[in-house]
Ligand binder design. Structure first.
Ligand code: PA5
Length: 436
C-alpha cells in the first residue's frame, strides 16, 4: 500500500543505466541523512512518524474537538511552511466547497487563512465575512517573529479582544511556536494562550506532520492518526539505502539527472483541482530547499486538463527545458456518468455511460504520451487514493526525496538564507529599529 514511481515516460532522455550509475552517490546521501551528524539539527522529520510527542498529539485532538464545539470559523495565521501543509491537506482531502457546506455537513468549522501576505483588502474582507461568527485563532510561527503573520495576529488579537474581552479571547487563541524562544512564545506566556510546539529540529517546510499542520487538520475533522500511519509506512518503505529499492531516492536521482541534462524546470502536474494547494506546498519544499548557489530546478505546477488549454501549447512545443512529475490518483470513481441523449446533437454519445473519472484518466494517458513524444520527460507517481493515509505517505515521500535531491545537488536542504534579502530592504523602508 505505497506510492509507486513510473519513469517509463522519461526514457530515453534518461536511461536506466544512467539512473543506476548514481547508486554510490545515493548511498552517500543516505548516509548523510541517516548516519551523519552534519545535518542532525534539521533531521527531526526523518523519524517523526515514530518519535512524535504522543501526549501533545492527544492534546491536539482534544483542542480540535473544543474548537469544533465553540467556533463557527477557525483562522489559521502563518506563512510558508507554517500554513502551506495544512492548506494542502484541507483542500486535498475535503469536499471542494468545504467552507460553503452547511455546518451539519462538516465536522469542523469554516477554516480561513491569514498572515500569508499583506493585502489590506483581504484582511478587510475576512473581517467582513467573520461578522457575527464565533471564531478561534491558531497563530503559527516557528521563529515567532515573521512579519506577515505577526501583523495579522496583532490585528486579529485586537479584533478578538474587542469581540470577546481579553479573558475569553485568550481562551480562543492557540499558538504554535518554539518551545522556548521568540516573541510569539513570550506573548503566549504573558496572555496564557494554549501552546503547541514546533520541534527545534524540524524546519518550517518539513513541519506539516507536527502541530503546525496537525492542529488545523484535526479541527477540520480529518483523521490525523491515519495520516501519521501513512507517514510511518512511508518511513519504513523509504528506509532502504539502495536506489533499486527506494522510490524516493529514484525520484531524487531522476530529477537530478534531468537537471544535469538541461531540464531546468520541473512542473508538478495533477488532474484534480483539490491538489492545487498541495502543489504550492511542494513548490515551497523544493524551491526553498534547492534554489541556492546558482543551482536548483525551478519548481512550477500545472493543473490539467485546465492548463492543457493554456500553457499546454508551451509544454508541447516550447523550449525543451522542462519535465513533468504527475500526481496520478489511481482510484476511478463512477459517481458521475455521461448520459445518453435522444439526438446526440452535441456529438458526445461516444462518451455515454463513461464516468468523468474514466474520461479524466484518458486525458492523463493522452497528455503523458503527447508530452513524452514532444520531448518532455514525464515521471508519474501513482497514488492509490486521496485520503489521510496517502497524504501522510506522500508528504514523507517528498520530504525524503527533497533532502536527497538537495544533497545530490550539493546544497544545504534545510536553510533559506536568500529569504532575508527582501526583508532587510522592507525593514529599512519601514523604519524598523528607528525608535518605533
Ligand atoms: O521553510 C521555512 O522555514 C520557511 O518557509 C518558514 O516556514 C516561513 O518563513 C515561516 O516562518 P515562521 O514559522 O518562523 O514564521
Amino acid at each position: 500500500r505505497g506510492i509507486t514511481l513510473d519513469y517509463r515516460y522519461a526514457l530515453p532522455i534518461v536511461s536506466e543505466e544512467e539512473l543506476f550509475s548514481l547508486e554510490p552517490f545515493v548511498e552517500e546521501v543516505h548516509r548523510m541523512i541517516h548516519h551523519q551528524t552534519t545535518y542532525q539539527p534539521y533531521l527531526g522529520w526523518v523519524d517523526l512518524p515514530y518519535t512524535y510527542d504522543k501526549e501533545e498529539f492527544e492534546r491536539i485532538k482534544y483542542i480540535a474537538k473544543k474548537i469544533q464545539q465553540d467556533s463557527d470559523a477557525l483562522i489559521v495565521i502563518g506563512i510558508g511552511g507554517s500554513y502551506l501543509g495544512a492548506k494542502a491537506a484541507l483542500e486535498s482531502l475535503h469536499h471542494h466547497f468545504y467552507n460553503q457546506l452547511p455546518p451539519s455537513r462538516r465536522k469542523g468549522p469554516e477554516i480561513y487563512f491569514a498572515g500569508q501576505h499583506m493585502s489590506e483588502s483581504y484582511v478587510k474582507d475576512l473581517f467582513d465575512l467573520l461578522e457575527g461568527k464565533d471564531i478561534s485563532v491558531n497563530v503559527i510561527s516557528k521563529s515567532g517573529t515573521t512579519t506577515e503573520p505577526a501583523i495579522a495576529f496583532r490585528l486579529f488579537r485586537t479584533y478578538m479582544e474587542k469581540k470577546y474581552g481579553k479573558k475569553e479571547a485568550a481562551k480562543r487563541i492557540y499558538a504554535t511556536t518554539d518551545r522556548l524562544k521568540g516573541a510569539l512564545k513570550a506573548l503566549a506566556d504573558e496572555e496564557g494562550y494554549e501552546t503547541f510546539v514546533v520541534p527545534d529540529n524540524i524546519g518550517g517546510r518539513y513541519s506539516v506532520l507536527t502541530p503546525v499542520g496537525l492542529l488545523p487538520i484535526a479541527v477540520s475533522g480529518l483523521d490525523i492518526d491515519e495520516m501519521m500511519k501513512g507517514a510511518k509506512a512511508a518511513r519504513t518503505d523509504l528506509l532502504h539505502p539502495r536506489l533499486h529499492q527506494n522510490n524516493a531516492y529514484q525520484y531524487a536521482a531522476l530529477r537530478h539527472l534531468l537537471y544535469e541534462k538541461g531540464k531546468k524546470i520541473e512542473m508538478l502536474v495533477h488532474y484534480e483541482p483539490r491538489l492545487q494547494s498541495f502543489s504550492e506546498w511542494w513548490k515551497q519544499l523544493f524551491g526553498e530547499s534547492e534554489g541556492k548557489n546558482g543551482k536548483g530546478l525551478f519548481p512550477a505546477s500545472a493543473k490539467f486538463s485546465t492548463d492543457l488549454h493554456s500553457i499546454g501549447q508551451y509544454i508541447q512545443e516550447g523550449p525543451r527545458h522542462l519535465f513533468e512529475t504527475v500526481l496520478h490518483i489511481q482510484e476511478i470513481k463512477e459517481d458521475i456518468v455521461v448520459d445518453k441523449t435522444a439526438t446526440n446533437t452535441d456529438g458526445l454519445d461516444y462518451l455515454a455511460g463513461k464516468s468523468l473519472s474514466f474520461i479524466n484518466e484518458k486525458s492523463f494517458e493522452g497528455a503523458v504520451k503527447a508530452h513524452q513524444d514532444g520531448g518532455v520527460p514525464n515521471l508519474v507517481l501513482h497514488i492509490p487514493q486521496l485520503n489521510e493515509y496517502f497524504f501522510g505517505y506522500l508528504v514523507y515521500f517528498f520530504e525524503k526525496a527533497c533532502a536527497a535531491s538537495s544533497l545530490l545537488l550539493g546544497v544545504h536542504p534545510f536553510n533559506q538564507p536568500g529569504v532575508e534579502a527582501y526583508k532587510q530592504n522592507m525593514f529599512s523602508l519601514l523604519g524598523k529599529n528607528n525608535g518605533n
